[in-house]
Design a protein around this ligand. Structure first.
Ligand SMILES: *[C@@H]1O[C@H](CO)[C@@H](O)[C@H](O)[C@H]1NC(C)=O
Ligand SMILES: *[C@@H]1O[C@H](CO)[C@@H](O)[C@H](O)[C@H]1NC(C)=O
Ligand SMILES: *[C@@H]1O[C@H](CO)[C@@H](O)[C@H](O)[C@H]1NC(C)=O
Ligand SMILES: CC(=O)N[C@H]1CO[C@H](CO)[C@@H](O)[C@@H]1O
Length: 557
């Protein structure tokens, strides 16, 4: 059975706040296929518990945009944003932040961005966009920019800017305000607010979770450059970088920016382990635990391959090991895993897990070539969609070789591995993540969301922050999982979910049940799959020169 509770002493947590008490959460309400996994991951990763009512799942880029603006307008103490960059096509976000700083005297704003991507030459770089804000509110705006230590030497100079990002970016996406946070894969650029499909999970009134995200960004700031206007006195410290109109200040005189690997590794490891120890959750298998029937658990995972941090990889290994073990036990339903990535070239070890899990069915949604953000780009970038087709073809060859092509089973259900492509005229696709259901007929019980694309670039080069969320699916002492009446409706009519949501007061104030959250997760997948069709890459030609480029850039796609 499952491992019994680990004992955690309540301790003083970060930010000088004291823990009220250590919350005990029972794994008894989780589906049996994720009980052991949850006990294990809780012993390795920081953990947060929250009621399902505080989680809102947005499905449209326009909803993300309006919520983000609303959050900025209601910010009182802090705005903390982590993104690759801020685009110049939309000025409303920065205008709204400027306005908020003007009206809220105690408001501080923190940005954590990727240096190379945010300092592209030209007047509209993110760095230049942020300068007026820094000049106006020098003591209340902090902008940190991470630069991969691998970006050095002759190659970094020779390879054009767009490609040298391939050496590893700051990729985590966090949009936080006071005690609320949106976790997404979206950057702050116009298309992400209009016609680029992503995922957006909003967590309301979560001091501990928000503090975790904030502290993660503060940790990253310790090994990042600080953006300052050239007019700031005494900015040029050793290794600082003077650019046109601004300075990228380096604050750690003892460490060259190219040699930060060890320090970053230690900082991230220390950060995770301190948060794990301070974690308010204690797991047990006792059904009587207070209110745990409805508690959602969230486990942050960091993947930063170039610093030797591979929590996402370890987490997925663990997840597959446990669901395989559970799926093998006795005659039970086949678990269904939905997986998606806007840049689908599944990392080899993950491919192995998916292909080797013969009792777990898997549906994958990848971006169709036209929905790839690089479709129609000039030069080598224009080859990127074709490069992904090439990766998909080799993945599908491996699926065929493993005898796991999607097919109708004797039961009438489909099984195996299905690849679909997302296409919606005028839109591009950038969603990523995993959803797990205990069978094709039931609602999700687990999801992975955040910045990871689940490809080798995410695993080895970029720095990613993602989260595993587990949702209870059993009630009280009932031995079987729910087969709710709403589930029957959903199976009969996928549109029914929206009416359920509407009936229960719309998404503004979702009902406080785990079941409703699982329905909303299902709705999230359905919304994505509504624009997914059969993969047609098999019929697409990949030019030899594209294959050569893919070979040249290896893990960068
Ligand atoms: C923002 O998006 C536009 C296209 O919508 C693109 O041309 C531009 O390069 C993007 N900005 C950055 C900094 O990547
Ligand atoms: C933010 O910037 C201020 C002044 O510019 C600086 O004193 C402070 O240390 C910075 N805060 C953090 C958390 O980096
Ligand atoms: C994409 O999905 C939306 C619903 O989310 C639907 O209205 C639209 O017709 C779909 N478009 C295509 C091309 O399938
Ligand atoms: C666009 C940009 O800033 N590119 C830079 C990325 O980093 C390398 C190495 O420092 C620079 O040479 C590039 O100019």
């Amino acid at each position: 059975m499952f491992t019994v509770s680990r004992t955690l002493l309540p301790r003083t947590v970060w930010a000088g706040k004291t823990l009220l008490c250590c919350r005990t959460i029972s794994t008894a309400y989780l589906d049996p296929i994720i009980q052991d996994f949850t006990s294990k991951i809780a012993s390795k990763q920081p953990a947060f518990s929250l009621p399902p009512r505080q989680i809102c799942i947005l499905n449209q880029p326009t909803q993300f945009y309006s919520l983000l603006l609303e959050m900025i307008r209601r910010a009182e103490h802090r705005i903390f944003i982590s993104s690759l960059y801020i685009g110049s096509e939309d000025t409303e976000i920065l205008d709204t932040i400027t306005e908020a700083l003007g009206t809220k005297p105690s408001l501080h704003v923190y940005f954590q961005l990727d240096l190379n991507r945010s300092t592209r030459p030209g007047p509209s770089s993110t760095a230049k966009l942020l300068l007026p804000l820094l000049e106006k509110y020098p003591s209340r705006v902090n902008v940190s920019m991470f630069r991969s230590p691998s970006l050095r030497g002759i190659m970094a100079k020779v390879v054009p800017p767009r490609f040298n990002e391939g050496w590893g970016t700051w990729h985590a996406k966090v949009y936080g305000v006071d005690n609320e946070v949106i976790i997404s894969g979206a950057n702050l650029n116009k298309s992400y607010f209009t016609d680029r499909q992503d995922r957006y999970l909003h967590f309301k009134d979560q001091p501990l979770f928000a503090q975790y995200c904030y502290d993660f960004l503060q940790t990253a700031a310790r090994f990042s450059f600080r953006l300052l206007p050239s007019s700031t006195p005494d900015t040029v410290t050793p290794y600082s970088d003077i650019r046109d109109g601004y300075v990228l200040q380096w604050s750690d005189a003892d460490t060259h920016p190219h040699h930060i690997n060890k320090k970053v590794k230690n900082a991230l490891l220390e950060f995770q382990s301190s948060r794990r120890i301070a974690s308010q959750i204690q797991l047990d298998t006792n059904e009587d635990s207070f209110k745990s029937e409805q508690q959602i658990m969230i486990f942050p995972v960091i993947q930063a391959g170039q610093f030797g941090i591979r929590e996402e990889e370890a987490t997925l290994q663990l997840l597959f090991r446990h669901i395989n073990a559970a799926a093998k036990q006795g005659p039970r339903k086949r678990p269904l895993l939905d997986l998606t990535s806007g840049y689908f070239s599944l990392y080899q070890p993950y491919q192995k897990l998916v292909l080797g899990s013969r009792n777990v069915d898997c549906r994958i949604v990848a971006a169709g070539p036209k929905a790839n953000g690089f479709f129609g780009s000039g030069g080598i970038s224009g080859r990127i969609p074709e490069g992904y087709t090439y990766h998909e073809k080799s993945f599908m060859r491996a699926v065929r070789k493993a005898g796991r092509l999607w097919r109708e089973a004797a039961s009438g259900n489909f099984k195996g591995i299905q690849l679909s492509e997302w296409d919606r005229p005028g839109w591009t696709y950038h969603a990523k993540g995993i959803w797990l259901s205990s069978s094709s007929k039931s609602l999700p019980i687990l999801t992975l969301f955040g910045s990871t694309n689940l490809n080798s670039r995410s695993s080895h080069l970029d720095t990613e922050l993602s989260f595993v969320m587990v949702v209870p699916s059993r009630h009280g002492r009932a031995p079987e999982e729910e087969t709710s009446s709403s589930q029957a409706i959903v199976d009969a009519n996928p549109d029914a979910l929206t009416s359920i949501e509407r009936a229960s007061g719309d998404s503004e104030e979702p009902p406080n049940t785990a079941l409703s959250l699982r329905e909303r997760l299902r709705h999230e997948i359905d919304n994505i799959r509504a624009n997914a069709t059969t993969w047609k890459g098999g019929q697409r030609k990949v030019r030899f020169s594209t294959k050569f480029i893919v070979w040249l850039v290896k893990g960068m796609l």
